[in-house]
Design a protein around this ligand. Structure first.
Ligand code: GDP
Length: 325
């Protein structure tokens, strides 16, 4: 593959080239990996930055509908919008494919939109790297906003929030009890909580739910780096396209504030460091998965079982051997 020409085509914003490049970063083949690395190094020189928005919510809350309406609104404002997904493997069996084009029909027909469904990789570490690289590719291809969708099942929110500039939590209107259902850690990640489906019969419940969450957010740890009114809870209707412009204007005002105060850059720097740390950890764990390492583990484990070695001495010897191999 001619990496120079692929790179040039991505820089002109060509979607087919972008799709091809994402396939390259998703590939497990070693030669593809080398090409992907070369391509990313090339494109990093463009220094383009998009606004990366993470979006989480349980199945059925209206993520696809919201992304479609919100994406269409951004496009009407002249922006280019990319949609990526981080799909924890456990939710795949649940049947909903994130970033599915058929669920975002209007958006998928737009010239200024790019939608990429989640890959079928199971291991979250691999998905995380692929998504970070796909974001970098979308930025180089001059997308102004990159939406990163995930399902609210725990770990994947952390992954997404660690690669986003803004993190949104989408919720449905519900009785007070439901408040307990959202884990505190996830609430703490959110810059904004959007209560969707604030229309028709559900509207009063949505308004009440929103007030409940606004109250809960006030009780969370203060964020000295953000304006006082954040994190914020708001109501929206993805179907009726209500509240989307307000939500966008709040996102912009938070983003502007962070940029002016220098927090934006600090956040991206911290994220880069976080991912460096994660990559090292994953690579170290991968070294335990080779056939030789497994065989060595088995030998040491047998000795520990027989009482010939203590667990800590065996671990030390194992690590020493691993380091010299
Ligand atoms: P996802 O699984 O989170 O992607 O949710 P979907 O976008 O597929 O929406 C799930 C269901 O909720 C669908 O039947 C939608 O039509 C409905 N829905 C989504 N947004 C709204 C909304 O703003 N108002 C109402 N009343 N229904 C909505």
């Amino acid at each position: 593959m001619d990496i120079d020409s692929l790179s040039d085509r991505i820089l002109t914003g060509e979607r087919r080239a972008l799709a091809r490049a994402i396939t390259l970063v998703e590939s497990g083949r070693e030669d593809h990996r080398a090409q992907a690395t070369e391509l990313l190094a090339h494109l990093a020189k463009s220094k383009r930055q998009s606004l990366r928005i993470g979006l989480s919510g349980t199945p059925g809350v209206g993520k696809s509908t919201f992304i479609e309406s919100f994406g269409m609104m951004l496009i009407a404002q002249g922006l280019r919008v990319a949609v990526l997904a981080v799909d924890p493997s456990s939710s795949r069996s649940g049947g909903s494919i994130l970033g599915d084009k058929t669920r975002m029909e209007r958006l998928s027909r737009e010239r200024n939109a790019f939608i990429r469904p989640s890959p079928s990789q199971s291991h979250l570490g691999g998905v995380a790297r692929r998504t970070r690289e796909a974001i970098a590719l979308c930025e180089a291809a001059a997308f102004d906003v990159v939406l990163i969708e995930t399902v609210g099942v725990g770990q994947s929110e952390t992954v997404v929030s660690e690669m986003s500039d803004l993190f949104l939590l989408l919720l449905a209107p519900a009785g007070g009890d439901e408040l307990q259902g959202v884990k505190r850690g996830i609430m703490e990640m959110a810059d904004m909580i959007l209560i969707n489906k604030a229309d028709g019969d559900l509207k009063p419940t949505a308004i009440r739910t929103c007030a409940d969450y606004a109250g809960a957010l006030r009780l969370l740890r203060k964020r000295p780096q953000d304006p006082e009114e954040f994190p914020k809870a708001m109501t929206v209707s993805a179907v009726e396209e209500h509240g989307l412009e307000d939500a966008w204007s709040e996102m912009q005002s938070l983003t502007d504030w962070r940029r002016e105060a220098g927090h934006w850059e600090v956040n991206r720097t911290n994220q880069a460091r976080y991912w460096f740390d994660q990559e090292v950890r994953h690579a170290l764990l991968a070294r335990l998965e080779t056939p030789q390492a497994r065989a060595m583990m088995d030998r040491f484990s047998t000795q520990v079982g027989e009482g010939a070695l203590s667990p800590s001495i065996a671990a030390k010897q194992m690590l020493a051997k691993l380091a010299t191999d």
